[in-house]
Design a protein around this ligand. Structure first.
Ligand code: NAP
Length: 273
């Protein structure tokens, strides 16, 4: 039987076993997908278990994404650019890492806002943490002409923009009011929205009526930002789709079947949020 995993610390909250379990059943795969709590001190030993062939691969989440990146034998170009890995595959030539967060982000927008990247004038990205990095790489891969990266700590945004290169203008969150009028897409990559927190001073009324607002926070499914966007009559895309779509390439690499993100799967996960 092919065994796959998700490791993190803590890991009990992860919805990944439900997603992959659903696809394993749907496709009649002789496989398993289990959540394993690995403490930071044990990550090296766990990677050796994977390298020995005990697993076909798996997912990696907080706090291991950067550590694993350094421990594998090879990485694909986009994982290199993002500087973090969330998916591992055991191959004959060693342990390979890639990053599917950016594919999840793009897959979610492509499915729920088709054509979002046609005639895009500029995108506003809120937040400059680990996920923002993958999302900036994703936006650049679709040739978004201008990106405004706004973050509470402006220096972190500047460092990220410098690392990635290209046309990324940085500023504080308060700069939203001066860049909103030309924004076709707003992406929240901060943790604001979780546990009832909400933005102060982000006036979505300044956006063009055709703008799309997406949030990568998915608990709650409708964050205060998405609720405000809906009230303002803007198109919204929630963060659950990103979680579902980022799981597709891993499943395909481990079990040889490309699964689909269906309304049924979405309902299954939604019921647990
Ligand atoms: P991270 O690396 O810790 O970055 C957090 C970001 O939020 C930073 O930009 C930080 O600003 C900002 N922030 C936090 N508290 C703030 C506050 N009170 N006011 C203003 N800014 C604040 O986190 P991450 O890994 O990027 O993840 C961010 C969120 O995305 C998490 O909620 C995570 O669950 C979610 N996520 C969802 C998916 C998905 O599949 N849908 C995937 C990955 C992550 P500073 O730089 O100033 O600290």
């Amino acid at each position: 039987m092919k065994r796959a995993f998700v490791i993190g610390h803590p890991i009990a909250h992860s919805r990944s076993p439900l997603i992959h379990g659903h696809w394993i059943k749907e496709h009649g795969v002789d496989g398993s997908y289990e959540a394993i709590d690995v403490a930071p001190a044990d990550i090296g030993a766990f990677i050796e278990r994977v390298r020995s062939g005990e697993f076909v691969g798996g997912n990696v989440t907080i706090p291991h994404k950067e550590a694993v990146f350094a421990l594998v034998d090879s990485r694909d170009d986009l994982a290199e650019e993002i500087g973090a890995a969330n998916t591992l595959v055991t191959r004959v030539d060693g342990l390979h890492a890639f990053n599917t967060d950016y594919l999840g982000f793009l897959g979610n927008l492509d499915q729920n806002a088709p054509g979002w990247d046609a005639n895009l004038e500029s995108a506003v990205v809120l937040g400059a943490g680990g996920s923002a990095r993958a999302i900036l790489v994703a936006l650049k891969s679709r040739n978004v002409p201008a990106i405004h990266l706004l973050n509470r700590t402006v220096e972190k945004a500047q460092n990220l923009a410098f690392d990635l290169g290209g046309r990324i203008e940085c500023g504080p969150l308060s700069e939203f009011r001066s860049v909103a009028a030309r924004a076709s897409l707003v992406v929240n990559c901060t943790s604001i929205g979780m546990q009832g927190s909400s933005f102060d001073g982000i006036d979505l009324g300044l956006l063009p009526k055709s703008a799309i607002v997406t949030d990568i926070v998915y608990v709650p499914l409708e964050t205060p930002l998405l609720a405000a966007a809906r009230t303002a009559g803007l198109k919204t895309v929630d963060g659950l789709g990103m979680l579902l779509h980022q799981a597709v390439p891993g499943f395909e690499a481990w079990f040889g079947v490309r699964p689909e993100v269906t309304p049924e799967l979405r309902r299954l996960i939604e019921a647990t949020l």
